[in-house]
Write a protein that binds this ligand. Structure first.
Ligand SMILES: [Zn+2]
Length: 345
């Protein structure tokens, strides 16, 4: 859990993945044979085959990819009153943005701030005002500093993330950006647990997924894999107000092997192979279909001449809020299944 906490509390929005990349790089250095960072910022670790016994079969190249960006903002305007305006990088539901603590990451350090929409507080708002859900561009950030100090410290383009604690609640973990630090974590854990394997592993931590799967495309091109494993999270809507048929995944029933979402239809034979391994090793898994939403697997699957691709996804409740929640069973099963697959392919 310490590793997941470290990953979840390191800010990284699309185009600003430097910090998390350093954290992951340190973790994997001793686990892979080669590490490189491509021009877009994707972190790629290559681990050559470590066969248990001599083999003449050609090693398959397996690419696993987890995006290391989280939804956040880039500063778009520093006002004369010292407030900041931001541009979202990633999909926000503005109903989750009221009265939030934020962190503004500047060149000279991180500044705590609060985010609220412009307009009147409830005491003086008209009934009409109260019904409106503001757009992202109506929100502003207050750093509690003088306009001059703000102007000195904050630049257009600085990264802003929502700020919330990492918590263990009962059988679950609650944090912001479990989407997708869980996938980042699962890949590191798999490399740690893995001993002998015949395949050549290309473990990739991608950039800019939240703004349209941008990093995975060049990464897949350069890795040229035979098999693609997208490592991400997915919705778990097992919550009041959502009918059972719309819950996507079940909480605590194991890592989800996605059958499809709006970006990818997984290779069903690969899914069946994964399920067989899971059954043999008694690792809980479940299938899931997400009607809308995509992940990096789409780019891997369609790279070069096409790549057989499966999608791992940890069920997450309250996704894209600062209280994303994952069940420990789902978390544990995730690297277990990844490791078991890599050991046998
Ligand atoms: Zn994601």
């Amino acid at each position: 859990m310490n590793l997941l906490k470290k990953l979840a509390t390191t800010p990284s929005v699309p185009g600003r993945e430097d910090r998390i990349r350093e954290v992951i790089k340190r973790e994997i250095k001793s686990l892979v044979d080669e590490v490189r960072v491509d021009a877009m910022g994707n972190l790629i670790g290559v681990r050559r085959p470590r066969p248990a016994r001599k083999t003449t079969k050609k090693a398959l190249k397996v690419m696993m990819a987890a995006h290391m960006d989280q939804i956040g903002f880039l500063v778009s305007h520093v006002g004369d009153d010292g407030t900041l305006r931001v541009n979202p990088v990633g999909g926000f539901d503005t109903r989750n943005l009221f009265a939030r603590n934020v962190k503004v990451c500047t060149g000279t350090g991180d500044l705590p701030g609060v985010m609220n929409p412009g307009g009147k507080p409830i005491h003086i708002a008209s009934p009409e005002d109260r019904k409106k859900v503001p757009e992202v561009n109506e929100f502003f950030i207050d750093l509690g500093m003088s306009p001059a100090a703000v102007k000195r410290k904050v630049k257009i383009g600085d990264m802003v993330v929502l700020d919330a604690p990492f918590q263990i609640l009962g059988d679950a973990v609650v944090s912001q950006c479990l989407d997708n630090r869980v996938g980042c974590w699962a890949q590191i854990r798999a490399l740690q647990k893995l001993k002998k394997h015949d395949c050549e592993i290309h473990a990739v931590w991608t950039v800019q997924e939240e703004v349209g799967l941008r990093g995975a495309q060049p990464a897949a091109y350069s890795c040229e894999p035979d098999i693609g494993l997208s490592c991400d999270t997915t919705l778990c809507c097992e919550t009041p107000g959502v009918p059972t048929e719309m819950r996507v995944t079940e909480f605590g029933k194991g890592v989800c092997l996605k059958i499809m979402d709006s970006s990818t239809i997984a290779d069903i034979k690969l899914v069946e192979t994964l399920e067989k391994i899971a059954k043999r090793k008694r690792i809980p898994t479940q299938r899931g279909v997400l009607p809308r939403g995509g992940q990096d697997g789409a780019m891997i699957q369609r790279s070069r001449g096409g790549v057989r691709t499966a999608v791992f996804a940890c069920p997450v409740k309250y996704i894209h809020t600062v209280t994303e929640m994952s069940h420990k069973v789902d978390l544990e099963s995730y690297p277990k299944l990844l490791t078991a697959y890599l050991e046998q392919v």
